[in-house]
Design a protein around this ligand. Structure first.
Ligand code: ADP
Ligand code: MG
Length: 409
């Protein structure tokens, strides 16, 4: 048992068996653009009661059928954001509460899920556009500046501002006898066609390897940069984005066919009471997933179809892993569950099924925090994609609800 440092949850990922994972499932509906409105596109989904999405299947013509023929579905989530929601509102209700956990040694993962054009990149802020540099750049340097700009620009910049703020506060508080040293490092990669590519130092494709002794997953040879400010990270992000593989598809000319993964490692090192070095590391994984639209919907052929299939493979196995984890957590906390059976052994989580899940293994198991933000394009033209996205998100949420219920029983 470690000399405790005041982190409420005890030592970092020591007992990997305790499935105390927490998950937030949120949905965000983007506004229709002027062009879309001018082209006669109509919204087929809306938020009601703060956390519920109503989706209505329109007639083929796009004209809503009133009465019986209109098919209406409702899904409730932890939170649902309509077209007027601000970047700050989304961040504050999703990732922000977990930044403190990250700083106490817990892995946190945030996914943006949804079809191409649904608003994933906007929600994550992964284009790296603003963090203080936008508009009134009154002397660029100096950490701390640009927080307002960060707030306007998505989850990545906003999380980073809070990570650096938290690290700063702990540095000040921990600068006494125990002399804590904090460092923040980032890596940025994409999973493209089931290959892992370094976006900071482009080269060949990289392999995931598991350091079993330390219980961590690594990407061999992946560049990691030590960083000191949000602006610095966003510069890396922009440089990395320039190295991304993007390819026009039938679905969208700028469709991203790859999963972009920004990992922020926070490390605290100090001497314990016996003079031993104690190093603790936790990771914030911020992931702009590839478009979830089905390959078949884009009329892809040949090489592009294969990429589509790989994308679906990673997304599918991500969903499977999350489901299995949640079921295992339900079994563990329910002591066999309300349905009276003997406690079953936890099911195997199939991380090895895809590159994305192999990569995220240690960010998804044990004590971790997961945020899934499902993004919707409201247009009635993309009803099927939106409906599929709601299904995917609802599945994650359903399992979680069951976990919570069986924990109560
Ligand atoms: P994706 O990454 O899922 O393909 P994007 O984030 O690129 O989608 O969004 C598609 C378009 O919609 C972009 O032009 C983006 O600026 C715009 N957009 C997305 N979400 C919002 C939002 N909440 N408010 C305003 N515009 C948005
Ligand atoms: Mg995008």
């Amino acid at each position: 048992s470690q000399g405790s440092d005041g982190s409420q949850d005890g030592g970092p990922s020591a007992g990997s068996g305790s499935g105390a994972s927490h998950m937030i499932v949120a949905v965000r509906i983007r506004p229709l653009s002027k062009e879309e409105l001018a082209a006669g596109k109509r919204s087929c989904c809306e938020v009601i009661n703060g956390n519920t999405v109503v989706i209505t299947k329109a007639a083929a013509s796009g004209v809503y059928l009133q009465s019986q023929q209109a098919k209406v579905n409702e899904y409730a989530f932890d939170c649902a954001f309509g077209p007027d929601a601000t970047q700050s509102q989304v961040y504050e209700a999703t990732a922000k509460p977990y930044i403190e956990d990250l700083l106490s040694g817990i892995n946190v993962t945030v996914f943006a899920y949804g079809a191409t054009g649904a608003g994933k990149t906007h929600t994550m802020g992964s284009s790296g556009t603003t963090c203080g540099s936008g508009g009134s750049s009154s002397g660029s340097g100096g950490g701390g500046g640009g927080d307002e700009a960060a707030a306007a620009s998505g989850i990545m910049p906003q999380s980073l501002v809070d990570v650096f703020r938290g690290v700063e506060a702990r540095r000040r508080a921990g600068s006494g006898a125990r002399a804590e040293t904090w460092s923040v490092r980032v890596s940025y990669l994409e999973v493209y066609n089931e290959q892992i590519l370094d976006l900071l130092e482009p080269g060949g494709c990289l392999q995931v390897c598991e350091d079993k002794a330390r219980g961590v997953v690594k990407v061999a040879g992946l560049a990691e940069r030590r960083v000191a400010s949000c602006d610095e990270v966003l510069r890396l992000l922009r440089a990395g984005n320039a190295n991304r593989k993007t390819e026009a598809t039938g679905a969208n000319a700028v469709s991203s066919r790859s999963h972009a993964v920004l990992q922020v490692s926070v490390t605290r090192a100090h001497h314990d009471d016996c003079g031993n070095d104690v190093v603790r590391e936790s990771k914030l994984s911020l992931i702009d997933l590839a478009g979830s639209e089905r390959a078949s919907a884009t009329n892809n052929t040949g090489a592009l179809l294969r990429q589509g299939a790989s994308i679906n493979k990673s997304l599918l196995s991500l969903a499977n892993c999350i489901n299995t984890l949640a079921q295992n957590a339900a079994r563990a906390s329910g002591g066999g569950g309300g349905s009276g059976g003997a406690a079953r052994a936890p099911a195997n989580v199939k991380y090895r099924d895809s590159k994305l899940t192999r990569l995220l293994k240690t960010s998804l198991e044990g004590r971790c925090r997961v945020v899934m933000i499902a993004n919707l394009n409201p247009s009635h033209h993309t009803y099927d994609d939106s409906h599929n996205t709601l299904h995917y998100a609802n599945r994650a949420k359903d399992i979680k609800v069951r976990a919570a219920l069986s924990a109560l029983s």
